[in-house]
Ligand binder design. Structure first.
Ligand SMILES: Nc1ncnc2c1ncn2[C@@H]1O[C@H](COP(=O)(O)OP(=O)(O)O)[C@@H](O)[C@H]1O
Ligand SMILES: O=P(O)(O)OC[C@H]1O[C@](O)(COP(=O)(O)O)[C@@H](O)[C@@H]1O
Ligand SMILES: [Mg+2]
Length: 484
């Protein structure tokens, strides 16, 4: 029952049966009656930084009770406001009785920002993802309606927008953003690169922003950590919240990233088209490249939902073309059996197989990400060469579809829209309560605050040893490529 985090000695939990969202005090009480000493050995709380922990802000006091007390649509009753002892457990089934816990997200009874003077900034960075506009919209409407904040600004075109004077921060209000959740992309615009820490924090100071909401992927979150650290180094009173955006679902700790479900749905359409093309040709192969630089979640989920896929290739497992147990042998058999085949390949799969010039090996995008070669185009060419070599007299066709931008540029579906709303509101509640350097996100279905540093490091890869991947292989009956 020991608590590993030295600063949270009040947090103790009882047996882990039932809900994984448990009030630690409640569990402490339960523990006396029905303790199961074997099932839990310790809980480690991943504490989220609070403004008050900074030496120069040690005397910071709440500005008052949460304005939701006076909101006609809310009637806070006992348990409405979240206490610091209310935690979310990360592991539904812990290893060796050890749990990681995170602060539960939601409104606190005291706030540390005066809504009349608060000045909030919102920025979107990196590639597009369905739901970005919904998050922006809900940040604006949430700040305005829940807390009465009126100075809300959109930073345009990513991190560089903080310091480029043209066009400058855009004053946002609920009327302006009213319909944004119905639009794909980001109305604030986005960009890669341009991360100039000193100039970004100078701009935060210059404009007097005391809340900064940063929507972006893994690169953006690494930048957000640096901004958070620099605001502390400069002794600023600024709340920084990250909202993880990654269509690939490659961010760790949280259950899934927003836009992912919309992306899987869109991917189905591409797979369906590839299937129709392949079925309608003699020896037709439909080839679809899906997003996923280091993870194959979209490919995996789309494959399992579609059931038209004959082979799913993801970055987490290697594959090879020639010889026994290779892709070509498998496809030859499929064409013989069915007359057509559908292959789904995640963009990061097979990168090690594609020949590269020295210049290509060095190529990086503006954010410093390695530029991947097009595995779909390479695979198409390999398949065509193979068939021309081995079956020169027989008809054959490969129809290659790359739906990347069609998938990520659409508006979020209903589920993702609701998810974006809860994410944005969770972030606002956390910042208003004085938390900083955190990310809001769902863990086992409950919303939590997670230290930015944890999220910036955590990866979420497909576990190729688990049931889901085994199921993909049994559905497709594809080779395991273990003859490598
Ligand atoms: N390690 C890093 N430190 C600081 N900023 C970074 C870092 N990596 C990326 N960024 C910045 O974050 C922004 C988005 O990064 P990018 O990798 O393009 O997209 P994503 O955040 O979606 O992964 C860019 O402005 C980029 O300069
Ligand atoms: O052409 P762009 O805008 O650089 O984007 C291409 C890349 O963006 C992605 O959607 C990933 O973007 P993020 O890293 O921003 O999430 C990849 O799937 C793709 O490789
Ligand atoms: Mg990225």
């Amino acid at each position: 029952m020991a608590l590993s985090h030295p600063e949270a000695t009040n947090l103790t939990a009882g047996a882990g049966a039932g809900s994984n969202r448990r009030n630690a005090r409640q569990e402490e009480e339960e523990e006396d009656e029905s303790s199961d000493p074997v099932s839990i050995t310790s809980i480690t709380l991943r504490k989220v930084p609070h403004l008050r922990e900074q030496e120069h802000l040690a005397d910071l006091q709440p500005v008052g009770p949460n304005p939701l007390d006076r909101n006609p649509f809310f009637h806070p009753t006992d348990g409405f406001y979240i206490s610091p002892y209310d935690v979310i457990l990360r592991q539904a089934a812990p290893a060796q009785g050890k749990y990681l816990a995170y602060h539960r997200a939601g409104p606190r009874n005291q706030i540390f920002f005066d809504p009349c003077t608060t000045k909030a900034a919102i920025v979107t960075c990196g590639g597009l993802c369905p739901g970005m506009n919904t998050v922006i919209r809900e940040l604006v409407v949430g700040l305005w309606d829940l807390y009465g904040v009126r100075q809300i600004y959109g930073i345009q075109a990513g991190y560089r927008g903080f310091y480029s004077h043209h066009p400058g921060p855009l004053h946002l209000n609920p009327n302006l953003v009213h319909n944004w959740h119905k639009r794909g992309g980001t109305a604030l615009e986005t960009s890669r690169g341009g991360f100039d820490l000193a100039r970004i924090v100078d701009a935060i100071q210059h404009h007097g922003f005391d809340q900064v909401y940063i929507i972006g992927g893994d690169g953006t979150m690494r930048g957000a950590v640096k901004i958070f650290e620099e605001t502390r180094r400069r002794k600023l009173r600024v709340g920084i919240a990250g909202i993880p955006k990654t269509v690939d679902n490659d961010v760790g700790i949280i259950d899934r990233s927003f836009g992912f479900q919309t992306a899987v749905e869109m991917a189905q359409q591409a797979i369906h088209a590839a299937h129709v093309e392949a079925e309608s040709a003699v020896n037709g192969i439909g080839l679809v490249k899906l997003m996923g630089r280091s993870t194959g979640h979209i490919a995996l989920h789309a494959t399992l939902s579609s059931r038209d896929v004959d082979c799913c290739l993801i970055p987490e497992t290697e594959f090879y073309l020639q010889g026994r147990g290779g892709l070509l042998e498998f496809l030859e058999q499929r064409l013989k059996d069915k007359g057509h085949a559908v292959v789904v390949v995640a963009e990061g799969a097979g990168q090690n197989l594609i020949p590269r010039s020295d210049a290509q090996k060095q190529q990086r995008d503006e954010s410093g990400n390695l530029v991947f070669l097009d595995v779909g185009a390479w695979l198409k060419s390999e398949l065509q060469q193979w068939w021309a070599r081995d079956h020169p007299q027989e008809l054959f066709t490969v129809k290659y579809i790359d739906p990347t931008y069609m998938i990520r540029a659409v508006p979020a579906n209903a589920t993702d829209n609701l998810y974006c709303t809860l994410l944005a509101h969770s972030a606002i509640h956390g910042v208003m309560a004085g938390y900083t350097g955190f990310v809001s996100g769902p863990i086992n279905g409950n919303y939590a605050y997670i230290p930015l540093t944890d999220v910036a490091q955590a990866k979420n890869q497909v576990n190729t040893n688990d049931h889901k991947w085994a199921w993909v292989r049994s559905v497709t009956n594809q080779p395991d490529f273990l003859g490598l």
